[in-house]
Design a protein around this ligand. Structure first.
Ligand code: GRF
Length: 226
């Protein structure tokens, strides 16, 4: 993964970001790739929704954008094949799902196996799927967070690259918890992209090993002991 194959900035991994909406994680990825020493370059932002706000943000940052409207396709796999063709045409090597709200077919996840990252707003394997924050609050967990992982065929599964943990507060609503988790997302996704694109993260079995990973020492307890 360490070197780009052709075109673009030499040595940078040609990366696409797939979105459906707001694009705040996209913005975090664009910011990290703007650093002169970034190992990844975002060469394409692809949306299944023509009015996704993230498209305007990407265009403003000078990044190529493309819309492939899933409603034009009768079968899920036909849509996935059209996306894959667009990614290949742009010589994409690594794909980041960032608020991309379509289920991907096993064909697509296999086609992009080990080159496809996703961010999910929970500490997987807890709370996969939709409505994550409401379910986390109902379960009474004391911590939540986000997970960046390589994508496998089953929804929100695959080797985990980075997780960020946030405390749950007693008066949290799904919205306040989502805001807190989103701040963690904006730190974790750029870190995961950097680790993968630089070749420091590699998959062994279904776990991710990271060269030179520093592990935090502190234990966190919620509520804090008196
Ligand atoms: C994020 O919470 C992400 O984890 C989830 O969808 C949301 C997308 O937000 N998959 P944004 O479009 O990146 O702002």
């Amino acid at each position: 993964m360490a070197a780009a194959k052709s075109g673009g900035a030499p040595g940078r991994v040609r990366t696409a970001v797939l979105i459906s909406g707001r694009g705040s994680n996209l913005a975090a990825l664009i910011a990290t790739c703007a650093r002169p020493d970034a190992p990844a370059e975002i060469v394409l932002v692809l949306s299944n929704r023509p009015n996704a706000a993230g498209l305007r943000y990407a265009a403003g940052a000078g990044i190529a954008t493309q819309v492939i409207d899933h409603q034009r396709f009768a079968a899920r796999e036909d849509f996935d094949r059209a996306m894959s063709a667009a990614l290949e045409a742009a010589k994409v090597e690594l794909v980041c799902l960032a608020g991309f709200m379509r289920l991907l077919s096993p064909w697509f996840t296999e086609r992009w196996r080990d080159r496809l990252l996703n961010i999910h707003p929970s500490l997987l394997p807890a709370f996969p799927g939709l409505d994550t924050h409401r379910r986390a609050l109902e379960a009474g967990v004391r911590f939540s967070g986000c997970t960046v992982h390589f994508v496998r065929a089953a929804l929100d599964t695959g080797p985990i690259v980075v997780q960020g943990v946030v405390p749950v507060e007693p008066d949290d609503t799904p919205a306040t918890l989502a805001d807190r988790v989103l701040l963690a997302e904006h730190r974790c996704y750029p870190l995961a992209l950097e680790l993968v694109a630089s070749g420091r993260a590699r998959i062994e079995g279904e776990r991710v090993l990271i060269d030179g990973a520093r592990v935090p020492e502190a234990m966190v307890i919620n509520p804090e002991p008196a």
